[in-house]
Design a protein around this ligand. Structure first.
Ligand code: GUN
Length: 288
């Protein structure tokens, strides 16, 4: 029997509708509207699409959005000055700096310039530390979405063997951390892992975040496993595919997320969730 679908698109839609209701409630109770400042530097076409989709979702949910579309030639001090302004602006509860940044800009420095209390992406070292402690303030959006998708299957994570393929700061490491905190036994694989297919076959939960088109084949998947595909890759024929060979793996897995319509929409929904949570914190702290 083919795997059941983890429908990220539907889950994201339901999440966004719930967020829109919470936005209305927050505004009527406190006069606060969640505000997101979005920084896009340069003209990377993929980044432009991601940012457009994020801004649109914010508009639909009733957020205040401040858009900073900046030339690739902007100097690092000028970018840092704009971020400082957003840090100090009471209308802004979340700040998003779309990555990658141009090579003349020190990305680490820029991410550390974002106030940890407005770090909607959860990339600031303070927030990474809080995540490792198991007491996160902001959880990175894609990992948060991945875990919600796994939880949506109703299968308990506790006690399961989880394998994460990919060790990036943005996805692999935080996903591993979130699964550890949910009491999974987690292995993180990468390009130097010996006999990666054998490690993957041990996984009850398999998360693919490597950025290689259709890398995970059916013979790397345990029968009945839950497979979440974080990859977005464009094939030569123009098709968009994930890191998982969907057609073969769906015949073996118990649950599988598609690409498109899987993790991508959830990343956007989680950005909204993080910004809303920051605005709710501002409201309860009396900081408007
Ligand atoms: N570039 C690729 N993924 C992301 C993300 O989740 N957030 C930001 N800010 N940039 C990205």
């Amino acid at each position: 029997m083919p795997a059941q679908l983890i429908d990220g698109k539907r889950l994201a839609q339901a999440t966004r509708e719930a967020i829109a209701k919470d936005v209305t409630e927050l505004y009527s109770q406190s006069g606060i509207r969640p505000g997101l400042a979005v920084f896009l530097v340069g003209d990377n076409p993929a980044s432009a699409v991601y940012v457009r989709n994020k801004k649109k979702a914010c508009d639909i949910a009733g957020f205040y959005v401040e858009d900073h579309a900046l030339p690739a030639t902007i100097s690092q001090p000028d970018l840092l000055a704009l971020i400082e302004k957003a840090n100090a602006d009471p209308r802004i509860h979340g700040i998003l700096v779309q990555l990658p940044l141009p090579p003349h800009i020190d990305s680490g420095l820029v991410l550390r310039a974002v106030s940890p209390m407005k770090d909607a992406d959860g990339f600031h070292p303070y927030n990474i530390g809080r995540l490792v402690e198991g007491d996160p303030v902001f959880t990175p959006c894609t990992p948060k979405g991945v875990v919600r998708m796994i939880e949506s299957t109703g299968i308990p994570i506790e006690g399961k063997r989880a394998v994460v393929i990919g060790r990036s700061h943005i996805v692999g490491k935080p996903v591993a951390m979130l699964l550890i905190h949910r009491h999974a036994t987690v292995t993180v694989c990468h390009s130097r892992t010996k006999d990666l297919p054998a490690v993957c076959r041990e996984a009850d939960i398999l998360v693919a975040a490597i950025g290689r088109a259709q890398f995970v084949k059916a013979d790397m998947v345990k029968e009945g496993a839950t497979v979440v595909d974080v990859g977005i890759n464009r094939l030569d024929d123009g098709r968009l595919v994930g890191d998982v060979d969907f057609e073969s793996v769906r015949e073996r897995a118990g649950w599988i997320s598609p690409v498109p319509g899987g993790v991508g929409p959830m990343t956007i929904a989680m950005l909204l969730a993080n910004t809303l949570e920051a605005a709710q914190r501002a409201a309860t702290e009396g900081r408007v």
